[in-house]
Design a protein around this ligand. Structure first.
Ligand code: FE2
Length: 546
């Protein structure tokens, strides 16, 4: 066995920012501390709450996030805005899952926290909180010879990644300490499955993740599958987990599992990961963390490539008048926060001076011989209030300026290679967002579509409409179109579903429509591909080959 230390890139980012005073009425973020060798779980709520319950149990070691079994519970029977519950007779040196719920006595709704973990450590006669991997590990940005592995710890720690393929075991050691790790592993072999685990160290305490696998991208023509779905924000089901911290946690979790079931190599999202729509940065950070935790069990194996939706673009925002909102300028723009919360390719365009970054909201990447492009249809998002004069126009429902220049250059570079484009807005909406998609600027929309026609764009994916719809965009839509590229709306990751619109002029071009949670699975083989669509339980609803 060869073991050596390879120092590559380590980015130490910021620790979790504490939640500020203005807590969203439906959020709970519990804290744990050790008092008299027991663990005290405490939390505050915006409204007075009752029947505070902490459910907890040892983790069974099988990575059962995000829905572990809890066989124990403890209660705080008081009514108020702050609660604490003491968990007694805990075992040391094992990871416990725990979760808090309570009843809001103003809204009369149940509130629940995410599942969190703690570990109690024996130090002499005393107990203290031990090190845990508080998030991750996850993988991101797979290329033929590199991948990013990221994780977080509850305490300042050192970390290392052990990774191997066959018997050749290698080790990357992070030589600085922190609590947020984003490590680029390089010099990997293309199209190869590696096993890996993360080990974290804090003083004489050590914790290790289970062993996961990742696969590097192929270099050229290869057969592989990828998944697409978007709009995972809050659903309308009665159970709170369908709208946990602004995310349809149950459905997004189920779709992420489907990615593993289909052995998809990665997952593209078509935006609106969560409800957004908040002036609070910390609230949006929690919403995004909730989405990351909903997919973490799959993200440990395969990368996710989200794109920005209008809800993502409204967090944080500045409010003006009754209806007006706009994206704050950098460094507090929605785009800045997005880039902090996700790990995505950074090859987007440079913004105009003083404008929000495009970094990680507009990007492209290659996988085998196939090219992928993510667009931001909500850059510098402005929702107008007629009584307010905004400092800028924004670029909502359109691709303009430097993003448009970048797109043209990126497509030119891709030449005639098979390309898939994904963003939040449909170019040709089919139900729910007629007039509030790229169709708001029909001439610009058609010019973009003709640009796609000049290249080898296989499918243009969208969300925003919470439906499945496949539209054949050909001469029947616009006599100037030549190729008949399909637009697939796969906005079925958890937001309330919409009806079909039967009044659209291109109704006969809507070749398939379904009102259900859904995802698309594309299997590429060289320059050809098959696309299948399924409901959230994996029942097929559409299929075509090209
Ligand atoms: Fe949307």
């Amino acid at each position: 066995m060869i073991r050596f230390v390879r120092k590559i890139v380590l980015i130490l980012a910021f620790a979790f920012l504490p939640l500020q005073a203005e807590l969203h009425p439906s959020r709970i973020v519990p804290q744990v501390r050790v008092v008299n060798n027991d663990v005290v779980v405490s939390w505050t709520t915006a409204n007075p709450t009752a029947r505070g319950i902490v459910r907890f149990a040892p983790d069974d070691g099988r990575n059962r996030q995000p829905f572990p079994e809890y066989y124990s519970s403890a209660e705080d029977r008081s009514v108020g805005k702050s609660h604490s519950v003491t968990l007694k007779s805990l075992r040391t040196d094992i990871v416990y899952n725990y979760r808090v719920s309570c009843i809001d006595t103003v809204q009369w709704t149940e509130l629940r926290s995410l599942n969190y973990t703690f570990r109690l450590l024996k130090q002499g006669d005393k107990h203290e909180l031990g090190l845990i991997l508080s998030e991750g590990p996850i993988v991101a940005n797979a290329t033929p010879n590199s991948i990013v592995i990221a994780w977080k710890t509850n305490l300042q720690s050192m970390g290392e990644i052990l990774y191997w393929s066959g018997s050749k075991r290698e080790k990357f050691s992070a030589n600085s300490s922190g609590s947020v790790f984003e490590v680029l592993l390089e010099k990997l072999t293309a199209d190869k499955v590696y096993s890996y685990k993360v080990v974290a160290f804090h003083r004489n305490d050590t914790v290790s993740s289970p062993v996961f696998t990742f696969r590097t991208a192929p270099v050229k023509n290869a057969k592989f599958s990828f998944m697409v779905s978007g709009d995972s924000r809050s659903g309308r089901e009665a159970d709170v987990d369908f709208r946990l911290n602004g995310v349809n946690y149950v459905i997004m979790n189920r779709l992420a599992q489907q990615a593993l079931n289909h052995t998809a190599r990665f997952f593209l999202t078509t935006g609106d990961q969560s409800d957004g729509n908040t002036p609070e940065r910390d609230d949006m950070a929690l919403q995004t963390e909730t989405w990351r935790r909903a997919v973490a069990h799959a993200n440990a194996f395969v990368p996710f490539y989200p794109s920005v939706g209008n809800h993502d673009a409204t967090a944080p925002h500045i409010r003006f008048g009754k209806r007006g909102r706009h994206d704050p300028p950098p460094p507090n723009s929605a785009e800045d926060l997005w880039a902090e919360n996700y790990i995505l390719p950074t090859n987007g365009p440079e913004p105009e001076p003083g404008h929000p970054p495009f970094r990680e909201t507009v990007y492209s990447f290659d996988y085998g011989n196939v090219h992928f492009i993510a667009l931001n249809a909500h850059y510098f998002n402005v929702v107008k209030d007629d009584s307010i004069k905004f400092p800028y126009e924004g670029s909502f429902h359109r691709i303009t300026g430097r993003q448009l220049e970048w797109l043209k250059a990126d497509l030119k570079k891709a030449g005639q290679r098979l390309t898939f484009v994904y963003s939040h807005l449909p170019f040709f909406p089919a139900g729910g967002h007629i007039g509030s998609s790229f169709d708001r600027y029909p001439d610009e929309r058609d010019a973009l579509w003709r640009l796609f026609e000049q290249h080898n764009v296989g499918i243009v994916f969208a969300g925003h409409e919470h439906i499945y719809a496949r539209v054949k965009v050909d001469k029947g839509v616009n006599p100037n179109f030549r190729k008949g590229i399909f637009q697939v709306i796969a906005g079925g990751a958890g937001a309330p579903t919409y009806d079909q619109d039967f009044k659209i002029p291109y109704l006969k071009n809507v070749v398939k429509f379904a009102r259900s949670y859904n995802y698309a699975l594309v299997t590429v083989d060289g320059n050809r591909f098959k696309m299948e669509a399924f409901d959230d339980y994996g029942k097929k609803i559409d299929e075509f080959r090209q």
